[in-house]
Design a binder for this molecule. Structure first.
Ligand code: LLP
Length: 381
């Protein structure tokens, strides 16, 4: 972060999310270029960050939206995403949410159960529409990521099980107001080992071969999201390796003639461009350690408390000498801790602290716990 930016921060009310829009644009440029190289369709997983300014920038790259609630569908449309590039997933879509999405004529509902599909069929009939749907399939592939963000193994609530698939397809074909157009997969998030995606491709190949034997070929396959980012090594590059990610699907997935591939990336598009900027309220000397107490808490950034997630922490206004601190927030919980035994330059009251790589699942997961204000956001342009 350059000196001018830090000077600007001095005058702002903390805590706030700072978004490096130049980095966001460079990331989007790389992702779209690599997806386009293979003719793949890219959707942005709005759940990662629904800040209006972020959405406006992303839609400008011709990317579609992946939504998980009626409000996300409405917001995506409001900030420029074209409905015919919007997909809508989620195990618990309410009737009102389904009506809203039908009313906007979105591209596809990613469906997770037969009762849900029957409701979509009924509501579509009432509105005189035909809903395009894809079946979310639980491929039973382990993403080897944090337990809470693994979604593609059989103990998870997501998707149709493999043994149910043909039955589900047969039911869909009977429903008058449903058009079955594809299969959808999403096995988890923060996946940094590309061989996991290779495994997903091989599993989907098997599934397609099985369906093909029965004469079933669907025009769309959606591989979900999940590409991870580097949280701990800034010098390893802030733009994820989209080239290798998409190449994995080009190399290992056996697409049927004319079949269109879709991806729903969240974290890898927005994760690195965001930082949570906060002020030091107090430095407290404990018996065995020193605590830096920030004016940001777990209500502003939940990931460390919820997943023991690691985020780099930097002091923007002090240089040296380095000391070890626990960096904590003001919330009435011991889990309100952003980092233990972190080396920071000598830190004082009033210093500005940046918690890095918070662009994804940061601001969107903020809450008003302890009746605190929601964090603000700051964009350099
Ligand atoms: N598609 C579906 C169906 C999803 O459930 C998700 C994320 C994505 C796409 C986007 O995945 P991504 O590319 O961002 O990995 N709050 C957690 C992450 C939860 C992810 C939920 N689903 C965290 O802070 O790590």
């Amino acid at each position: 972060m350059n000196i001018e930016t830090v000077k600007t921060f001095q005058s702002l009310k903390t805590p706030f999310y700072y978004y490096d829009t130049a980095l966001l644009r460079a990331t989007l440029q790389s992702a779209t270029q690599e997806a386009n190289r293979h003719g793949f369709h890219l959707h942005y997983a709005v759940k990662a960050n629904a800040n209006p300014r972020i959405l406006e920038i992303i839609q400008d790259y011709g990317i579609g939206a992946d939504c998980v609630s009626g409000n996300e569908v409405a917001r995506a449309v409001e900030y420029g995403f074209h409905p015919d590039r919007i997909v809508y997933a989620g195990v618990g879509k309410s009737d009102d949410e389904i009506r809203l999405a039908l009313g906007k004529d979105i591209f596809c509902f990613n469906c997770e159960s037969l009762p849900e599909i029957e409701v979509i069929n009924t509501l579509a009939g009432e509105l005189g529409k035909k809903a395009s749907i894809a079946l979310r399939v639980n491929p039973n592939v382990d993403a080897h990521t944090h337990h809470y963000i693994t979604t593609g193994i059989e103990e998870n609530k997501f998707g149709f099980y493999l043994y149910d698939l043909e039955h589900a397809i047969a039911v869909c074909r009977e429903l008058e107001n449903i058009r079955l157009i594809g299969l959808h997969f999403h096995i988890g998030s923060q996946i940094t080992d590309l061989t996991v995606f290779r495994g997903l491709c091989l599993r989907v190949n098997e599934i397609q071969a099985r369906l093909k034997e029965q004469g079933i070929i669907l025009p769309h396959v959606n591989f979900g999201g999940g590409l991870g980012i580097n949280y701990d090594c800034p010098s390893c590059g802030l733009i994820p390796d989209f080239a290798s990610y998409f190449q994995t699907f080009a190399d290992f997935f056996e697409a049927q003639p004319g079949q269109q591939l879709h991806f729903e990336l969240g974290r890898s598009l927005v994760g690195q461009c965001g930082s949570l900027v906060s002020r030091v309220l107090y430095v407290k000397e404990g018996k065995h350690k020193k605590f830096v107490i920030l004016d940001a808490g777990m209500n502003d950034l939940l990931r460390p408390a919820l997943y023991q997630a690691f985020h780099r922490i930097e002091n923007l206004t002090s240089i040296q000498p380095y000391e070890k601190y626990d960096i904590v927030g003001p919330i009435c919980e011991s889990s309100d801790c952003f980092g233990k035994d972190r080396e920071l330059p000598a830190t004082r009251r009033g210093d500005l602290i940046a918690i890095r790589s918070c662009g994804a699942y940061g601001e969107v997961m903020a809450s008003r716990y302890n009746l605190r204000d929601l964090p603000g956001s700051f964009f350099p342009e």
